[in-house]
Design a protein around this ligand. Sequence first.
Ligand code: FRU
Length: 532
Amino acid sequence: MMNISKIGIFKRMFFMLILVVMNSCSSTKTSNEKVATNEELYRPNFHFSPKSGWMNDPNGMFFYKGLYHLCFQYYPDATVWGPMHWGHATSKDMITWKEEKIALYPDEMGYIFSGSSVVDVNNTSGFGSLKNPPIVAMFTYHDAVKAKAGATDFQSQAIAYSLDEGMTWTKYKNNPVIKNPNIKDFRDPKMTWDAIHNQWIMVLAADVETKIYRSSNLIDWELASGFGKNLGAHGAPWECPDFFPIKVEGSTEMKWVLLQSINPGGPNGGSATQYFVGDFDGKTFTLNDSFTQDLNQFGALWVDYGKDNYAGVTWSNIPDSDSRKLFIGWMSNWQYADKVPTEKWRSAMTIPRELKLTNTEGHYRIVSQPVKELEKYISKTIKKDLLAIDKTTVIVDKSTVDMSRLDIRFTINGLKEDKYDFILSNKENNAIHFGINKKEKYFYIDRKNVSQTIFSDEFAKKISTAPITTDFNSIEVRVVIDKTSIEVFYDNGKTVMTEIYFSDKPMDSFSIAKANSDFELKNVLINQLNSK
Ligand code: FRU
């Protein structure tokens, strides 16, 4: 470890020198726009990305005193995965982020793998006081030396706490708090305060199941049950679970949702996050019957069917007065994350999303939408109440808006066409297609025709699809575009697809292809998003 960190220091110094030289050469940044177009071709405008280095999973997310905290799997010394740290960023609105000092560094017990943080309001852990409640983080120690030597017990769970609102952290002296029971993949603890049963709970990915633990003090944990061995998508280790109660929209019914990432094994290859809906009695999670039927029909249901939303989890300690379930995911895929053509940094997070649970004729579905805070960034809106499509029609182009930062919404009534094909493109023949194949009952994103795809065979091998799992006659679609990413919220967010793309030249037009007969797009809203 010593050697690694020494090399790290040299690398970092060299890197900083380069940054200083580069900065002194560039002109003064007057606007966000200039940063976006001139400096770093692929850096998103309003999605979180680290200034430099490698990032994967979101970790340790909590809200406290007006600030959203986002930690993340981080390797500061290179743009590929390495000895994991927890990077740290804070935000007042989950859109504009300030990168803070690294929260947790690897040490002699191992790398700091994924985990979660909670605000211990009643000081159950005793690390702080009622007046100054501790923030408690739990993470996985990954002992790389042991792993290399062929052991199976190299992952264990440990805690750390902060007494200054999450800015600095102290590792607990008696770590680990959960030793490895001889399970190779044993990681990614996600803690939640279970107000219904008056206990802390924690879910952990353990090989091919989710283990549920409970505790009264965040230090001593009791294994309560296991879930999912033969349910949903399998075939690779489960990773990064999240488990929480959520009210069913428009009712007083309460259900529990388990998010469970898997890699590989996603619906379009590589990494993805599935979900389960059921009931929890304080110890055991039991699937809802209708959800079991849905699983039988579809194999698994996914938070996002696109290739680039992984390891997503929710923020803790959202005040009751707000009570939203706020989610963020890693906007990449282990198939190619370390090959994407960015230079100083690798990976961004998805747009933060509010998750809701709906029940339509007995079928539970997670519904996602970008957080409402994004609306504050709308600087210009073009509204078309009715857009008649009688030929391939440009909905909007760069003469009216900046195509690299958009939030587009529209409705299609009476879906009679076999296919609705939307195209984000430019004159250099770069094009992203997405839409609805009504005839074959799927949604899709196709990024095959964007210039930068050759860095990985897996990146654009085939189009990504999502089955249409619910009926609709009219559909609302929302699309968030941020220079190198597209997030499509179909059917009010019941089916989501997120994908990244790398085009040498900016996109300059958003259009829809004409199908068999004429049709109309209703309530088209094209919002341009700028910094506040
Ligand atoms: C998921 C994951 C986690 C692990 C972390 C390591 O992307 O593999 O299971 O904790 O990344 O960086």
